[in-house]
Design a protein around this ligand. Structure first.
Ligand SMILES: Cc1cc2nc3c(=O)[nH]c(=O)nc-3n(C[C@H](O)[C@H](O)[C@H](O)COP(=O)(O)OP(=O)(O)OC[C@H]3O[C@@H](n4cnc5c(N)ncnc54)[C@H](O)[C@@H]3O)c2cc1C
Length: 458
């Protein structure tokens, strides 16, 4: 039962990645259809302010309204107690249902159904639905999360084990959350929302096996967790896949994004942010696809962007494991759980130094409006994909003028930047090895209040 959808692009999966992409493409005037079903497992996930802001800026207001917060993000890691920033709790699948409502409200065709297959043919893609219908479109997007990446992952962490989730009622109804490392290896994320509590655990395979045999006894033997969980009964416990890995971003006429392109360590708590960011990168690629004849540079752009994120999140996770190993090593031999995770993916620091001598200006693709366009970019060891603009101000002319020692040109550029000049100057000052920008330019631009840095465009 074949049915051509009146769409240029069909998106499989309506989680944050698929929904964000649908919204961005729709806003850019593309004809897009999204097919998905709401996730069935009742998870609670935590997001930071920037993800909430991103949901609002995408017009996903109903979805954003599901977030409960801000709550202090309590972290008890390697014996150190911190509350570094705030987080918001997202009850899924209410969040996922709201995403689909937001799309429908925006006028985007949404088909709520189970997808049975998605394949790329020579001149189109075919997507099969459980009721036997087959949809076709020019291009397809795989956004079915980890389920859509099964058997496709490469560079997977050798140690990932499924997450174990415990759910139960909570006597206290005040929303709260905490992340903690477990003595002897492993970590937990606990949250409480609307009279329910949710405990997500990352354990070794052996501990997981043992814990699953008698969850109540296992929990009772964990003093820190028992303190959070209280006396409530465990109502339900189950495993969630949490394999880490990345894939190729394109197969024929199919593109991948979100967890279907790269799944990161849940420890980072950045999966939803990454899904939204992934959509921001793929949307201009797809928009450009309808004008460009050469697909290779577009694919390279999306792949390199995804890969850079993947390695960055992997190194950030590794540093958390190192910290726990280090703290434990003060009193005893650190648990194998930590030591096994201290070396993957490599030993490269999370951020590379950016000496002025290694800052270069060159040409590359950047996101300009809704498309990709070639521009002059600034490349540093830490930003190998290049930076196009800071606070909306193109960076390459400024770097070139500084490299040439042309301070008059720098002053003119900063004056022309207006109020954004202060944000550029603050961003610049975060690079202590870089030569100081000529001060009078900032005064003569009349800027007194700092404006937020919107960072690099890539
Ligand atoms: C244990 C665990 C805890 C996590 N905790 C956090 C956290 O606290 N904070 C955070 O930011 N991230 C967290 N994440 C990561 C986060 O869940 C994902 O990174 C994020 O949801 C990815 O978005 P996505 O849109 O790519 O995929 P998903 O959110 O998985 O969306 C995929 C969509 O496709 C649909 N779909 C799948 N198969 C089909 C099919 N056959 N037919 C129709 N529809 C289908 C699904 O129902 C779903 O709606 C966690 C992940 C795990 C595993």
């Amino acid at each position: 039962m074949r049915q051509d959808v009146d769409s240029e692009i069909v998106i499989a999966g309506g989680g944050p990645a698929g929904a964000a992409l649908a919204m961005l493409l729709h806003r850019a005037g593309r004809r897009v259809t999204l097919v998905g079903r709401v996730r069935y497992y009742r998870a609670i996930e935590g997001i930071a302010r920037r993800s909430l802001q991103a949901l609002h800026s995408l017009g996903l207001h109903r979805a954003a309204a599901c977030a409960v917060g801000p709550l202090p993000r309590r972290v008890i890691w390697g014996g150190e107690i911190r509350a570094p920033n705030a987080e918001w709790l997202l009850p899924r699948p209410a969040f996922d249902a709201a995403l689909l409502e937001d799309l429908h409200e925006a006028g985007i065709p949404v088909i709520k159904a189970r997808i049975t297959f998605l394949e790329s043919l020579k001149s189109d893609v075919r997507l099969g639905l459980a009721d036997g219908r087959i949809l076709t479109a020019s291009w397809g997007v795989e956004a079915r999360g980890r389920a859509g990446a099964r058997r496709q992952f490469r560079d997977a962490a050798p140690w990932s084990t499924p997450a174990w989730i415990l759910r139960g009622e909570a006597a206290d109804s005040a929303p709260a959350s905490a992340a903690l490392s477990l003595p002897g290896g492993g970590w937990a994320w606990w949250s409480r929302l609307k009279g329910q509590q949710y405990l997500q655990l990352a354990l070794t395979e052996a501990s997981l096996c043992q814990a699953r045999c008698d969850p109540d006894a296992w929990l009772a033997a964990q003093p820190d967790l028992t303190q959070l969980w209280g006396q409530a009964k465990i109502r339900h416990h189950y495993q969630r896949p949490s394999l880490l890995g990345r894939t190729r971003v394109r197969e024929g006429r199919l593109w991948r994004l979100g967890d279907a392109a790269m799944a990161i360590d849940p420890l980072s708590g950045q999966g939803i942010f990454n899904a939204l960011s992934s959509a921001h990168g793929l949307a201009p690629v797809l928009n450009s696809l309808f004008e460009e004849t050469r697909i290779a540079p577009l694919e390279r752009f999306h792949q390199r962007r995804q890969d850079a994120q993947y390695w960055r999140f992997a190194r950030a996770g590794r540093d958390f494991y190192r910290q726990a190993a280090y703290q434990e090593s003060i009193d005893t031999d650190p648990a194998p759980y930590w030591t096994a995770r201290c070396h993957w993916p490599d030993h490269q620091p999370l951020h590379l130094p950016e000496p002025w001598a290694r800052v270069q200006v060159g040409r590359g693709l950047a996101i300009i409006g809704t498309r990709l366009a070639e521009r002059e970019l600034v490349f540093t060891p830490d930003q190998p994909l290049g930076i196009q603009a800071v606070a909306g101000i193109p960076l390459a002319p400024l770097v070139k003028a500084m490299q040439e020692g042309d301070h008059d040109a720098v002053r003119a550029l900063l004056v022309a930047a207006g109020p954004a000049a202060m944000a550029v100057a603050r961003w610049w000052a975060d690079h202590p090895d870089w030569p100081t920008l000529p001060e009078p330019a900032l005064h003569s631009s009349g800027v007194t209040t700092p404006s937020p840095v919107d960072s690099a465009s890539q």
